[in-house]
Design a protein around this ligand. Structure first.
Ligand SMILES: Nc1ncnc2c1ncn2[C@@H]1O[C@H](COP(=O)(O)OP(=O)(O)OP(=O)(O)O)[C@@H](O)[C@H]1O
Length: 257
């Protein structure tokens, strides 16, 4: 979908001098973040580093106290969430609310249909509905085809996280912000999620907050490390692994995930 005024050559995301203040406390300050179209970027940092606050400013869940946010060259700093969504920005939340009684297929169908009002608008689901085919495609991307008819309540924690990613992919987002997609997953579930992240459509720009260093470094081509609300380091996974400051505050010092 062409977006008015979009500059194709522009960065997918360009945040300059971002600050977010709660009362007298700056949760993030002077953050610059540039993400190219199609890039995979991880945002790392210990608890309280400011990752979620930064995310919320990018998505419009929070208003920036300082700085500007550009999405494909357009200044969206003062735009509400729904306008950023229209420009192709989507996010997942750390604690998503899923309807336990719906099946995976129904859940994805609703995401595709963008149903805000009554379920009766779309019920019963018809096999010929193009939106149902799209829901099935999303189930495949999310690795949940064989669970399509299962109720959400029957899914494992890992499968729920997969479903959340499927939901976020509805309506073909251009930029996907994932807030700790691996949170709470068992060691056995993590490789599956990594594989899913690596298989996301290449044209989608992905920025993910991740506590799990292995997943972050494996699935991303560049990493930004926040610490105490500031940008501590940015670089390739290799460069971040070798960065002394990152070792001090994140990898070393017994920091627990
Ligand atoms: N609504 C708020 N009001 C006051 N302080 C807040 C608020 N939200 C976040 N903070 C503070 O801002 C700082 C950054 O929090 P934030 O949640 O952004 O960090 P984080 O890196 O996402 O942490 P975590 O990994 O634990 O989710 C923390 O000190 C937090 O207590």
């Amino acid at each position: 979908m062409p977006v008015n005024g979009t500059q194709n050559h522009a960065n997918a995301l360009d945040a300059r001098g971002i600050g977010k203040r709660f009362g007298g406390f700056w949760a993030v300050q002077d953050i610059n973040l540039t993400v190219r179209p199609g890039e995979r970027r991880a945002i790392l940092g210990p608890n309280g580093a400011g990752k979620t606050s930064l995310f919320n400013v990018l998505t419009g869940d929070l208003t920036a106290s300082a700085g500007t946010v550009r999405l494909f060259g357009q200044d969206v700093t003062r735009e509400p969430i729904h306008k950023r969504i229209r420009r192709g920005l989507r996010r997942s939340y750390q604690h998503a609310h899923l309807f336990e009684g719906l099946t995976v297929r129904e859940t994805l169908f609703l995401a595709v249909a963008g149903v805000q009002g009554s379920w009766a608008q779309v019920w019963p689901l018809k096999g010929s509905d193009k939106r149902l085919a799209e829901a099935d495609r999303l189930a495949e991307v999310a690795g949940l085809t064989s669970f399509s008819e299962r109720a959400v309540s029957e899914l494992s924690h890992g499968q729920r996280r997969q479903l959340e990613i499927g939901i976020a992919l509805a309506e073909n987002p251009r930029v996907l912000l994932l807030d700790e997609p691996a949170a709470g997953l068992s060691p056995a579930e993590r490789p599956k999620l990594s594989a899913l992240l690596m298989a996301l459509p290449q044209e989608v720009t992905v920025v993910l907050i991740e506590h799990d260093m292995e997943i972050a470094l494996q699935t991303s081509e560049s990493v930004s490390v926040l610490y105490n609300g500031r940008m501590l380091a940015e670089g390739t996974p290799d460069a971040i692994m070798q960065n002394e400051d990152v070792h001090q505050v994140y990898l070393g010092g017994g920091y627990a995930q």
